[in-house]
Design a protein around this ligand. Structure first.
Ligand SMILES: Nc1nc2c(c(=O)[nH]1)N[C@H]1C(S)=C(S)[C@@H](COP(=O)(O)OP(=O)(O)OC[C@H]3O[C@@H](n4cnc5c(=O)[nH]c(N)nc54)[C@H](O)[C@@H]3O)O[C@H]1N2
Ligand SMILES: Nc1nc2c(c(=O)[nH]1)N[C@H]1C(S)=C(S)[C@@H](COP(=O)(O)OP(=O)(O)OC[C@H]3O[C@@H](n4cnc5c(=O)[nH]c(N)nc54)[C@H](O)[C@@H]3O)O[C@H]1N2
Ligand code: SF4
Ligand SMILES: [Mo]
Length: 694
């Protein structure tokens, strides 16, 4: 039996797997032994990566919508030509930006690089990533605070930390392998602290749970900062002086965030806040980890930076077991952030950097004027553009926005206005695929090759495990086909490996320099964290590397910035008419987003009820006369009304309901509200009213 190493392409831990293959069939999947991120660990999704397209397999040929509404399969040659002609016709008639694209964090580095080259450079138009729904907040926070989108940690830091602070992060469901590593490494004296309005599965297992009011992280962290400064026990004055900017202003600013004012602002008692302060003070290695409970709010960027500020002022950064650590969500979100050409040129070079433009143009074999010259329009602006009739064609790749976009009726309305909707997916029956005018079927990751960059900046290999049947194509091949049909010279982009070599070169001398990484070496490696420049001459480096160990950041003066701003009221607050907060997110390790993939895993079908449901506390249920198994009608402030099954949980708070995002009904109810700096949707808070369905 042949053993082939590859990477699980669900979540951002990006576990490595050994596939045992015989006669082009996967016989067994095991965690790659001692792989740094998943030492002998896997979750149900990774163990079932062979199930993709096992029950729901599309016709391998492109499908084109006919006048009578039916879909017709055509040859790939014809499909590429037709798609290219449609794109060109729209651009010729309405201008370049009348065609746009939306992608994801689940493609491979090489796919992103080529897609970005086609959309942003050749077609001179907008392409935003699904990472906008997810990581955009952390990206902006990192750039402003550290000078580059460079999270500091290695996953091992969570094991080395004696005081783990999890903020809006439900590891039990969302990062199960990391949670397992936390459990395995706990000593009696260690503390796990969870900050989450909801008693999540992780909060239930924590030593301390601070159930703050929704979207009140910013005043909470400013209050903690103020109290820590006043008490002056845990403040690292040397670090602040040597390695940061703006501390004195920050200190003056937070003085207004007194203990007395905190309960009203945060919902926590003075005792809880003092306890929290003392936990940070007594921690030897304090690490802060945040995910969507921070990113998906109206002031997510500043809240993320408030966490960074705490780490900076207490010197909890660049040392084992510390850090202000943003966990990513999708497997290659980090690859998308660096290589999709959306918010910076390939490899993180600013659009306006003339020398950088020349260098990248030389690498790609084009003129500098060919390269995109400004950041993409953001996802919300693209959807709005379609709704206004300015954008006539859209290419949706590896994401399912009819379901996952916030207030998703706005996406549905947009789709109805489009002349051209190209959907590229491994399934032809997702809510978005079903509306395609042109559907491009592709194979799942077990038949692809390329690179993934995980949450701790580790590059790992995706290698084709199974041979493809005739007409089956990879994302990379489809992108090439369309690119060539558009008239592009893709001679430097023949294979994913070529794309990888190009992308390596664009990172030269950048913080994310990977010029020293070798494709063949990566194939059977333990992965490698960036940076790994060619100047290391292939030298062996530690399996676990964190950034900022020398206290030097990526800003011009190499100092980290304290960034802060007065908190703003929640823009769409609860009212008498809509008195309940709708909170949304993940619910179990078994369910993945819009469930197109996890529906193929028998075990997950047992966990996921067929119908959309909400979780409600007993107090609210009593008040509404609702019992377990009843149905509830949810009225959203956005005008939508949905009926959902009810689950009552004894520890669920009564001023909120929680709806798993895995059902399309969830985002019919969410708001069109964004962080102003990152334009990330505030998925975690929408005012609703609930009544019993009689
Ligand atoms: N099984 C599984 N795993 C996944 C995914 C999946 O779909 N299924 N998706 C992946 C992706 S793409 C992502 S981005 C990650 C997301 O991983 P997480 O962010 O951990 O998951 P969520 O459930 O979205 O949100 C986490 C918590 O934020 C809390 N929260 C809501 N509002 C607030 C607030 O105002 N303040 C604070 N402090 N907390 C708040 C919620 O109650 C929730 O418990 O998971 C990844 N892993
Ligand atoms: N209410 C609410 N909504 C949310 C969130 C929330 O917390 N609350 N979280 C948001 C976040 S963080 C995220 S990341 C998004 C996720 O939202 P989506 O990205 O829309 O979710 P997925 O179901 O992962 O969609 C991925 C699509 O890609 C397809 N696919 C899988 N592999 C491949 C491949 O190799 N190639 C191609 N071309 N296609 C492939 C799948 O079949 C699926 O249709 O949801 C967001 N929406
Ligand atoms: S924890 Fe994440 S990367 Fe690991 S097997 Fe599960 S889904 Fe895949
Ligand atoms: Mo995400």
């Amino acid at each position: 039996m042949e053993k082939i190493q590859s990477t699980c392409n669900y979540c951002a831990i990006s576990c490595n797997l050994d596939y045992y293959v015989e006669d082009n069939e996967i016989k067994q999947i095991l965690p790659k032994e001692n792989y740094p991120v998943n030492p002998n660990l896997l979750c149900i999704k990774g163990l079932n990566t062979d199930k993709q397209q096992s029950m729901h397999k599309p016709n391998p040929l492109p499908q084109i919508r006919q006048a009578d509404g039916s879909m017709k399969a055509v040859s790939w040659e014809e499909g590429f030509q037709e798609v290219a002609e449609q794109i060109q016709a729209i651009q010729a008639k309405y201008g370049p930006e009348a065609f746009a694209g939306i992608s994801t964090g689940q493609l491979l580095v090489e796919d992103f690089a080529l897609l970005g080259h086609i959309m942003r450079n050749h077609l001179q138009t907008n392409l935003d990533g699904n990472t906008r729904l997810c990581m955009a907040t952390a990206v902006v926070a990192h750039k402003q605070s550290y000078g580059f989108d460079a999270p500091p940690y290695t996953i091992q830091d969570i094991e080395l930390s004696d005081t783990i602070v999890l903020i809006g992060a439900n590891l039990v469901a969302a990062h199960p392998v990391i949670w397992n590593r936390v459990r395995r490494s706990r000593k009696d004296t260690d503390r796990i602290i969870v900050v989450d309005p909801r008693k999540s599965a992780t909060a239930k297992q924590a030593d301390y749970h601070y159930a703050i009011n929704h979207a009140s992280d910013l005043p909470l962290f400013y209050t903690l900062a103020n109290l820590l400064i006043e008490r002056d026990i845990a403040i690292d004055h040397d670090f602040i002086k040597e390695h940061t900017n703006g501390f004195e202003d920050f200190k003056a600013f937070v003085q207004n965030f007194t203990l007395a004012k905190a309960p009203e602002r945060t919902g926590l008692s003075e005792e809880e806040i003092m306890e929290f302060v003392e936990l940070i003070e007594s921690g030897k290695r304090v690490s802060f980890w945040w995910t969507m409970g921070i990113n998906q709010h109206h002031e997510g960027v500043r809240a993320a930076q408030a966490i960074i500020n705490l780490a900076l002022m207490t010197g909890n950064i660049g040392k084992p077991g510390t850090g202000a650590n943003s966990l990513t969500g999708q497997t290659d979100a980090m690859g998308s952030r660096l290589f999709s050409n959306t918010t910076a040129l390939h490899g993180g070079t600013d659009f306006a950097d003339e020398a950088g433009r020349q260098r990248i143009a030389d690498i790609l074999g084009v003129e500098p004027t060919y390269l995109a010259d400004k950041p993409t329009k953001t996802y919300d602006a693209i959807v709005e553009g379609v709704n206004k009739g300015e954008i006539k064609g859209l290419w949706v790749i590896c994401t399912n926005p009819m379901h996952s976009w916030t207030n998703n009726t706005t996406f549905k309305e947009a789709v109805e206005k489009l002349d051209l909707l190209i959907v590229q997916d491994i399934y032809d029956d997702t809510e978005t695929s079903e509306h395609a005018t042109h559907f491009l079927p592709v194979v799942p990751a077990i038949k692809k090759e390329g690179t993934i960059i995980n949450t701790e900046r580790r590059l790992s290999p995706v290698r084709s495990v199974l041979e493809r049947a005739s007409n089956e194509k990879t994302d990379f091949e489809v992108l090439r086909g369309i690119g060539e049909a558009l008239g592009m010279d893709l001679s430097r982009w023949q294979t994913p490996r070529d794309a990888f070599e190009l992308m390596k070169e664009v990172t030269r001398n950048k913080p994310c320099d990977i010029t020293g990484v070798d494709w063949d070496w990566l194939t059977r490696s333990d992965g490698i964290q960036w940076p790994y420049p060619s100047t290391l001459n292939g030298a062996e480096v530690d399996r676990e590397r964190r950034l900022y160990e020398d206290g030097k950041f990526f800003t011009a003066d190499q100092r980290a910035n304290f960034v802060f701003e007065e908190p703003r009221a929640v823009p769409i607050p609860t009212t008498e008419e809509f008195p309940i907060v709708l909170n949304t997110g993940r619910i179990s390790a078994a369910s993945w987003h819009t469930r197109s993939r996890t529906r193929e895993i028998a075990g997950t079908r047992q966990v996921d009820p067929a119908n959309a449901y909400l979780i409600m506390g007993p107090g609210l249920a009593d008040e509404l006369g609702i019992h377990e198994g009843d149905r509830a009608r949810v009225h959203s402030h956005n005008g939508a009304v949905e009926e959902l099954d009810v689950q009552i949980q004894s520890d669920q708070r009564n001023d909120e309901i929680f709806v798993p995002l895995h059902y399309i009904e969830c985002n019919r109810l969410t708001a069109s509200e964004y962080d102003p700096y990152s334009r990330e949707p505030a998925y975690k808070i929408a005012p609703v009213a609930v009544e019993k369905v009689v």
